[in-house]
Design a protein around this ligand. Sequence first.
Ligand code: SF4
Ligand code: SF4
Length: 259
Amino acid sequence: MPDTNDEARPTSDVQPRPTAGAVGSPATPYASAIPERTGVAEFFAPVAGFGVSLSNFFKPTVTEQYPREPANVKPRFHGRHQLNRYPDGLEKCIGCELCAWACPADAIYVEAADNTPDEQFSPGERYGRVYQINYLRCILCGLCIEACPTRALTMTNDFELAGPTRSGLIWEKQDLLGPLSEGMLAPPHPMVEGTTDTEYYRGEVTTSTDSQRDWVREHRPDDASLLGGPGLATAIPIGETRAAQQKITAAARREGGAR
Ligand code: SF4
Ligand code: SF4
């Protein structure tokens, strides 16, 4: 069918139609970018691939003895998540839900609540009251940790996330919270006196203070985190799911012949 617009266009804009034989034919002959081998290289070319195998004959054998021994993963391996704390023990999570919105697998559930003078869990107004990650859904992609504005959520090297029940793979906040380390006090407790959440975000809070210790001593005189030292690691009981996971891992090690 003739192009009815041909008359309206300037003649210089009209491209000649390709002939039937010219359609799809290359403008120039194909030329490989890989230089051709000649001489000795050409002679050994058919067996060159064996060089890779031969070079590995002289390297030490790497066989992971997992689960008998813990497997070594790369330092930047993305495994189980962790909810982090500030150096005085307050939680970094502010319950903003950005991680949940970023998650492509809909694996995170967050419910926020208001901090109060008697129940201050994080700097500022809000904290994550409920925090769950469903490891039946999680694909360990790391988008959630990129979305977190306070670096509350990071990922550890721990990949042991097996379990005998579906509900056992939903990790709660208590399972995900990082342990207390030296200088930290178990929350809730007030923020460092004279600071706002800005000082916390800027890293200007480096440890707990005497007035925070006095507050905890007054409200929870038996709190193990007041003692500091090695007991800090056990000052907050780990969650049920994490405890169950540790049992499963220990059993797998035993069955694998752990020494
Ligand atoms: S790692 Fe990916 S899939 Fe898992 S909770 Fe984070 S965003 Fe969701
Ligand atoms: S972990 Fe980070 S992104 Fe998720 S709710 Fe807490 S502060 Fe917000």
